[in-house]
Design a protein around this ligand. Structure first.
Ligand SMILES: Cc1cc2nc3c(=O)[nH]c(=O)nc-3n(C[C@H](O)[C@H](O)[C@H](O)COP(=O)(O)O)c2cc1C
Length: 220
């Protein structure tokens, strides 16, 4: 999966209702600041988690609210899809994308993806990514894992997805929560071949300047 992404093709980002929606939002912020077009899918549970964890005020226009929170211009290249819209481009394999990430991925969505369910557009877009042999990454967040979830992760990995955990390292000497978020998001971006410098790599001499912005905070 580690090839440079074709920046002309959209990136599909799904944010589901696991703890850590900040990871998905930081990834969205990075992609849009890098000029990467994004097809965005947000589950209802994800909105609930954003309210609970980040005091995010969601007044009705989700796209506008998220862009405002991330301090991004309204004209940013993101298309938000309704999860019951099976006519959306991402529901079809003929719509080309550079891959899909589910960040964070709930255990419920993990189970649906592992078993090919298509009960919402996130499931369908992921199934399309798998059948078209496009990169699919799920960033699962739970602790501990039960037997069923471990089997679902194995199933999904065998089907070609990259299964990752929201599991920040400490070898880059993090100083803040933002450092930890950027470590996880940076490792997600690595899987898609983005040339970023969100964290100091192992044995890297000096930490490069963070690009683009590290502005997302838990308490804006
Ligand atoms: C504050 C909060 C935190 C949650 N954290 C997790 C979590 O870390 N992992 C998980 O699998 N589900 C978590 N859940 C439960 C999911 O949101 C729930 O299972 C939901 O049905 C997932 O739906 P979705 O996959 O469509 O987003 C959390 C829910 C809330 C309200």
């Amino acid at each position: 999966m580690n090839h440079p992404p074709d920046r002309q093709l959209p990136f599909v980002l799904a944010i589901t209702g696991a703890s850590g929606s900040i990871y998905g939002l930081r990834l969205l912020q990075y992609l849009l600041e890098a000029g990467q077009p994004v097809d965005l899918l947000v589950s209802q549970a994800a909105c609930q988690v954003m309210r609970e964890e980040m005091d995010l005020q969601l007044a009705g226009d989700l796209k506008a609210d998220l862009l405002a929170y991330l301090e991004l211009p309204p004209g940013s290249p993101v298309t938000l899809h309704r999860l019951n819209d099976y006519g959306a481009p991402v529901a079809s394999g003929s719509y080309r994308t550079c891959g899909m990430a589910v960040v964070p991925c709930s255990l419920g969505t993990l189970g649906a993806l592992a078993h090919g369910l298509t009960e919402n557009l996130i499931h369908r877009a992921a199934a399309v990514s798998l059948k078209e042999r496009r990169p699919l990454l799920v960033l699962v967040r739970e602790m501990p894992f039960g037997h069923i979830q471990l089997k679902n992760m194995l199933t999904l990995s065998e089907a070609g997805a990259v299964v990752a955990c929201a599991s920040p390292g400490f070898y880059h000497r993090p100083q803040t929560i933002s450092d930890q978020i950027d470590f996880v998001v940076g490792r997600v971006l690595d899987q898609f071949g983005f040339d970023h410098s969100l964290f100091k790599r192992w044995k890297e001499e000096a930490r490069p300047l963070p690009v683009p912005g590290a502005r997302v905070s838990l308490n804006p």
